[in-house]
Ligand binder design. Sequence first.
Ligand code: NAD
Ligand code: GLY
Length: 369
Amino acid sequence: MPATKVVVNIPGESPYDVRIGADVLDGLGAYCKRLAGVASAPRMVVVTDSNVAPLYLERAKDSLRTAGFRVSDIVVPAGEESKSLSVIGEVWEALGALGLTRDCCVVALGGGVVGDLAGFAASTYMRGIAVVQVPTTLLAMVDSSVGGKTGVNLSAGKNLVGTFKQPAYVCASTAVLSTLPAREWACGCAEIAKSSVIDSDEFFFWLVEHAPELAAREESVVAQAIARSVVFKANVVAEDKTESRGVRECLNYGHTLGHAVEKLSGYGVFSHGAAVAEGMRFAARLGEALVGTPHELTQAQDELLDTLGLPALAWSAAPEDMLDAMKRDKKARAGVVRFVLPRDVGAWELVNVPDDVLLEHLRAWKAGK
Ligand code: NAD
Ligand code: GLY
C-alpha cells in the first residue's frame, strides 16, 4: 500500500508533512535529505527509549546513515518517569557533549514520552534546533507527534513545563505498530474515537463501521484512521496553535474525568486510554443533561468504545474526591471544572459545570457501577 501524506499547515509556521505507511521508516533518511533546514545537518541525534531501541533504533539509524547523515543516539529509560527534569537535564548534557550545533537535528523515535521529551530538548537546546518526529505508538501517531506540544512533568503535575515546537517532518510507520502491546493499542484507539466524535459525522460513522478492523489492526484501516486523526488535529491546531482561542481545548474531550480517574485509581492502574474512554462516556451523559446531547450519540459512542477494547470501568471513587481532583486539574479555571461536551457529533461546547451539578452526575456515575 502506498504511503499517505498529510500536510500540516499552521499559520506562522513552516508547513510539514506527516507520512503514514508501512515502509516510511526505511525512507526516513532520504526524506530528511529533502527537508530545508534538515538536509545539511552535520549530525542527527536519535532520541529513543529502552523498549524501542532494540526494536527500531538500528533501522532508523541505517536509513539516516545511508542517506549520508552522521548519526548518534541517546537512549532514555522507557516510561513516563523519563519526562522529568533529571532526564531532560541528561539529554541536554548529552547533546552538548556530542558538540551539537544549531544546524543539527533531533529525531524523536518513540511514543509520546520520547516525542515530548526530545521535542522539548530540541526546542530549548541552543534556543531551538530542528526536530523530526518518528512516532512508534498509535497514540503518538494520531495525537502527540502532531501539533507541537512538548514538555516534561514536575512533582506538582504532568506537562507543567514545555514549549510549542512544530516538527520538520512526522514519519509514521505503521509497520512498527506490530510490536505494540494491546494496552497501548487501545490508548491510541481512545484518542481516535475522541477525535471522531469531535470532528464530524463523516469520521465518526466511518469509525463505527470500521472499528472491528481497527481493533484487529487491519493495515489499510489503521492507516486511514491515523490519516483522518492527523487531518483533524492539524485543522484544530491551525485554528488555535497555542490553545489560547478556545478551540484546541476540544482535544480535551474525555480527559476531564479521565485525568481524575487516572489520579485517584493510582497512575498506571488503568491506561490513559481506558480513563479517557470512561471520561467520554461520562461527558456524553453529562451532555445529555446540559447541552442536549442525543441519547443515540451516547449509545453509539458506548458501542464504539466497547468494540475498540475500551469497556466501561468497573471502578469508581467517591464523587467528592473526583470533584476535588477535577478542580485541581491544570485545565480548570478559577476552581471551576470545564467539560468539553458534544452537542452532537461534530459540534462541541466548552461548559463550566457548577459543583452541585457535577456532584449529582458523579453520584449517578458511581451508582451505575
Ligand atoms: P509511551 O511513550 O510511554 O509509550 C508507551 C509504551 O510503549 C512505552 O513502554 C514504550 O517504550 C512502548 N513502545 C513505544 N513504541 C513501541 C512499539 N512500536 N513497540 C513496542 N513498544 C513500544 O506512551 P504514549 O502513550 O505513546 O504517550 C504518552 C505520553 O504522550 C504522555 O506523556 C502524554 O503526556 C504525552 N502526550 C502528548 C501529547 C502532545 O500533544 N504533545 C498528546 C497526547 C499525549
Ligand atoms: N493532546 C492535546 C493537544 O495537543 O493539545
